[in-house]
Design a protein around this ligand. Structure first.
Ligand code: HPA
Length: 276
């Protein structure tokens, strides 16, 4: 058994001492969306710091806890605050919560984030369903001895974002009258925002939105055979597109402004995924 798996098992063990809850869907809330967790029928809450050896996020606007509860009767575990690579954690730590949620029983992973829009048909406040990703600008979370208990050494990544879940989200957005763009998400390390030429590079590579999270989590989840979907809130147009400087405040403001629609899309998406 690898050291990484032993550690996972230990943390899972300490979680089980505190909570017995089997989620169907795991939801990760990005910047500005954290308070969605407060709107669900909550069964239990567990601060990351209560789990010995668990990485704790330091970003403002990110709480650090698991919320267990029900979205329209669907049992979910929500990560209210994620761990970012730019905080200085090794990738193994960044994806540890995702692995833990799979161990709890979640088969579906619903990822959300705030991202910069690269595609010039996008505008700040849009939502983009992630249909594929570029993760190679950060180290793979699978580097190191393979955790055989979780998945294979060389996992296929031809359909990271599950087509059926994408189609469910498309349908939910349409029925709710919420616009939903689609595209490829690229993860860069951050924490600095990109330069105009870096954004241009991302566009040439085929990316539609850029952010500092998510893709590594999707790689780890796909390795474990989870079904994955994701939505980016385009909180700003990426650097160099509008000529305006970027700030974390702007990112949070836009995400807050469109949060009501984002939340109803998440709720409806989860309800439909559970009875697929
Ligand atoms: N770049 C990277 N990450 C981001 C951005 C951006 O423009 N907006 C929100 N997260």
């Amino acid at each position: 058994m690898t050291a990484a798996y032993k550690r996972l098992q230990e943390i899972y063990g300490s979680l089980q001492e505190k909570i017995h809850f089997q989620p169907k869907i795991a939801l990760v809330l990005g910047s500005g969306l954290g308070d969605y967790a407060e709107s669900i029928r909550t069964e239990a809450v567990l601060d990351y710091k209560e789990l010995k050896g668990f990485p704790v996020s330091t970003v403002s606007g990110h709480k650090g806890r698991f919320v267990f509860g029900y979205v329209k009767d669907v049992p979910v575990v929500i990560m209210q605050g994620r761990v970012h690579y730019y905080e200085g954690y090794p990738m193994e730590d960044v994806v540890l919560p995702i692995r833990l949620m799979k161990m709890m029983g979640a088969q579906i992973l619903f990822l959300t984030n705030a991202a910069g829009g690269i595609n010039d048909r996008f505008k700040a406040g849009d939502f983009m369903m992630i249909t594929d990703q570029i993760a190679n600008f950060v180290p793979s979370p699978l580097i190191g001895p393979n955790i055989e208990e979780l998945g294979v050494r060389f996992p296929d990544m031809s359909e990271i974002y599950d087509k059926e879940l994408c189609s469910i989200l498309r349908g939910a957005a349409k029925d709710l009258g919420i616009g939903l763009q689609e595209g490829t998400y690229i993860q860069l390390s951050g924490p600095n925002y990109e330069s105009p030429h870096e954004v241009q590079m991302c566009r040439i590579l085929g990316a539609d939105a850029v952010g500092m999270s998510t893709a590594c989590e999707a790689v780890a989840a796909n390795h474990m055979g989870m079904k994955i979907c994701g939505i980016s809130c385009i909180s700003n147009m990426a650097c160099g597109i509008t000529g305006q400087p970027l700030s974390h405040e702007e990112v949070k403001e836009t995400a807050d402004r469109v949060a009501p629609w984002f939340k109803s899309l998440i709720t409806e998406g989860i309800a439909r995924m559970a009875c697929r």
